[in-house]
Design a protein around this ligand. Structure first.
Ligand code: PEP
Length: 260
């Protein structure tokens, strides 16, 4: 049995107006058993504009569900039109933030350097980063070894300069790009193999702290497959996109992970 508390993260992406986000959050909270929060950590990442109202719903419910953001800018403040800083996220109650999601890397051309800066800014500001890494289909087609090299390079690029004393807050999500939103999840065995390789890399970077870091799988998780990922020894939770927009499916997935 792992000593790590499982972490289940909902990524709502660019979905839900504020009213819709409030209703979804209320629905999720109504369905989550408060007892579930003792053994698990659940994080919900709405769009920036919904954060404040979703925080209010969580607070009113006295829920242990945590608030997270989907992205951040690394600068503390200044002339960065459209950007949101770590301090702003902290002020609204964010405890977590996704960094380096493949949609940001691909569609917004974010590189390893930006990801590393964001990660450092989050750790300095006391927000736990959820670092996303994962290979595209064309790399996976070259085989497992090529996929592993690609992913570990992303891990090292983001984390090489991180201080071990701060690293304990970190989580890493392995999200193969070909599995995101496609319905084609990785096999649990493949996800475990990659998670084990990531943990080895974290050991090289942070020594024993690596045993405490949570490694998640993300990519087309749903009610039908989540239970197969939960027993894998190096997988400590899931990052859930599409299915997290359905309160019934999401709460059931939290429960299914817990029951394994
Ligand atoms: C994601 O966006 O990180 C994700 C895993 O999406 P989905 O669950 O829809 O594949």
């Amino acid at each position: 049995m792992s000593k790590r508390t499982p972490l289940i993260v909902a990524n709502w992406k660019m979905n839900k107006t504020t009213v819709e986000a409030v209703l979804l959050m209320q629905d999720i909270l109504n369905r989550l058993n408060p007892g579930e929060m003792d053994s698990h950590e659940v994080v919900v990442c709405p769009p920036f504009i919904d954060l404040k109202q979703v925080a209010t719903v969580i607070e009113y419910d006295r829920s242990e569900v945590r608030l997270g953001a989907q992205d951040v800018h690394w600068r503390p403040d200044g002339a960065y039109t459209g950007a949101i800083s770590v301090r702003m996220l902290a002020a609204v109650g964010c405890r977590f933030c996704i960094v380096g999601h493949s949609e940001r890397r691909q569609m917004f051309r974010e590189g390893d350097q930006e990801v590393a800066w964001k990660l450092e800014a989050l750790l300095d500001g006391g927000i736990a980063p959820i670092l996303c890494v994962g290979e595209p289909a064309e790399v996976r087609e070259r085989g497992r070894r090529a996929a592993e090299d690609f992913v570990l390079q992303q891990v090292k690029a983001a984390l090489s300069t991180v201080d071990t004393a701060l690293a304990a807050k970190l989580a890493v999500a392995y999200e193969p790009i070909w599995s995101i939103g496609t319905g084609a999840a990785a096999t649990p065995e493949d996800a475990q193999r990659m998670a084990a390789a990531i943990r080895d890399c974290l050991r090289q970077l942070f020594g024993d702290v690596a045993e405490r870091l949570r490694i998640l799988y993300g990519g087309s998780l749903n009610v039908g497959n989540v239970a197969m990922f939960a027993p894998q020894p190096d997988l400590d939770g899931g990052l859930i996109g599409g299915a997290s927009l359905d309160a019934q499916a999401f709460s059931q997935m939290v429960q299914l992970w817990r029951d394994q």
